[in-house]
Ligand binder design. Structure first.
Ligand SMILES: Cc1cc2nc3c(=O)[nH]c(=O)nc-3n(C[C@H](O)[C@H](O)[C@H](O)COP(=O)(O)OP(=O)(O)OC[C@H]3O[C@@H](n4cnc5c(N)ncnc54)[C@H](O)[C@@H]3O)c2cc1C
Length: 286
C-alpha cells in the first residue's frame, strides 16, 4: 500500500482545498473497509489519502422537528445502536445493522457505504426507504441530492472532483408510517446480499396506502426504487395478495446479473418473495 501524502484536515474547507489541489489523485478515507483493500491490492494508486477523522461534527447524529441529520462519518455500529432514532427511524438502524459483522460495523461509516456505491450496499437501503437527502460540499459550494439520484452505476456517484459528502438529512416520517429492510444472503449478514428489499408504507386511518417506497439492493447496477410497485400500492389496503402482486411488479422491473452468489433468474424470484415480506413487515410496524 503506497501513497505519497497523507492529510487529516480539521475542517470541510481544508478538505475541499486539498481535493481541489490533488483532483483525481486524492482519495478520501473514512472507515477504510472498502478503500484500504483497494489500496493494498493496488487497484487504485492515489498520490494523496485524506483522512476525514478530524473534521468536526460530521460524525454526529442530530435530531430536529423536521427530521434527522446523520453525518457521513457516523459509524454503522453507532447508527445501529442509536436510541435517539427510536421507532420512527428504525429502518435506518436496521439497514446499518445488516452490514457484515460487528467488527466491520465498528469502523465502517454510513458515508462510506454510500460513496462506495455498491449495488449491494445495505445501509444505503435505509436511506432510500426514508427518502434521504445527501448533503454535499465542494469547490463550487454546497448542494443537495436525493439519495435515489446519488448513484450512477457500480462504484460511481454524482460526486464531482473536489466534493465531499458531509451527511444525510432524513425527513421526519408522516404519522402511521411503517418501515422495514430485509436482507437475503446465504451466510447471513457477513455475506453480500442476493437481494435486499426495503419498504416504507404510510396508511390513512381506514388502512389505505397513501405513500409507499420500495428499494432494492443487488438486482441492478445501483441501488434502485421499484416505482411501478410503489404506484400499484397507492390507494390499496395491504393484504398478502396485494403484497405478492407488488413483489411481482418489482421483479419485472429489475435487471440483476448472475454471479457466484446467485443466477439472475433466482434473484428475480427472490425479489418477489422479499419485497412481499418487506411490505408485510412494514405494515405490522405501523
Ligand atoms: C469483510 C467485509 C464485509 C462487508 N460486508 C458488507 C455488507 O454485508 N454490506 C455492505 O453494505 N457493505 C459491506 N462491506 C463494505 C463496506 O464495509 C461498507 O461499504 C462500508 O460502509 C464502507 O464504509 P467505510 O467508512 O469503510 O468507507 P471507506 O472504505 O473509507 O470509503 C469507501 C469509498 O467512499 C469514499 N468516501 C468515504 N467517505 C466519503 C465522504 N464523506 N465523501 C466522499 N467520499 C467518501 C472513499 O474515498 C472510498 O472511495 C463489507 C466490507 C468488508 C471488508
Amino acid at each position: 500500500m503506497r501513497f505519497e501524502k497523507y492529510f487529516q484536515p480539521t475542517s470541510i474547507e481544508e478538505c475541499v482545498s486539498l481535493l481541489k489541489e490533488y483532483g483525481t489523485d486524492a482519495k478520501m478515507l473514512a472507515g477504510g473497509t472498502d478503500l484500504v483493500p483497494r489500496l493494498k491490492n493496488k487497484v487504485i494508486r492515489p498520490k494523496a489519502v485524506i483522512g476525514l477523522f478530524s473534521i468536526p461534527n460530521i460524525d454526529k447524529i442530530a435530531l430536529t422537528e423536521a427530521g434527522i441529520m446523520i453525518g457521513s462519518m457516523v459509524q454503522l455500529r453507532h447508527l445501529q445502536k442509536a436510541e435517539e432514532l427510536g421507532d420512527r427511524y428504525v429502518v435506518i438502524k436496521e439497514a446499518a445493522g445488516h452490514v457484515s459483522s460487528m467488527q466491520v460495523r465498528n469502523i465502517a461509516t454510513i458515508g462510506g457505504n454510500a460513496c462506495n456505491a455498491s449495488p449491494s450496499a445495505d445501509a444505503v437501503q435505509g436511506l432510500m426507504v426514508m427518502d434521504a437527502v445527501c448533503k454535499i460540499d465542494g469547490v463550487n459550494g454546497k448542494r443537495d441530492v436525493a439519495i435515489a439520484n446519488f448513484f450512477i452505476g457500480p462504484g460511481k456517484t454524482v460526486l464531482e472532483n473536489g466534493e465531499i459528502l458531509t451527511g444525510f438529512f432524513i425527513p421526519a416520517p408522516k404519522p402511521r408510517t411503517g418501515t422495514a429492510y430485509e436482507k437475503f444472503a446465504i451466510r447471513g449478514d457477513t455475506d453480500i446480499s442476493i437481494v435486499g428489499a426495503g419498504c416504507s408504507l404510510t396508511l390513512c386511518e381506514d388502512g389505505t396506502v397513501t405513500d409507499a417506497r420500495i428499494s432494492l439492493a443487488s438486482v441492478a447496477p445501483k441501488p434502485i426504487r421499484a416505482t411501478e410497485a410503489e404506484n400499484f400500492l397507492i390507494g390499496k389496503k395491504i393484504t398478502e395478495t396485494i403484497a405478492r402482486e407488488a413483489g411481482k411488479l418489482a421483479a419485472s422491473n429489475c435487471k440483476p446479473i448472475s454471479d457466484q452468489r446467485a443466477s439472475k433468474e433466482y434473484r428475480v424470484e427472490m425479489v418477489k418473495v422479499w419485497v412481499k415480506n418487506a411490505i408485510l413487515e412494514a405494515k405490522v410496524r405501523i
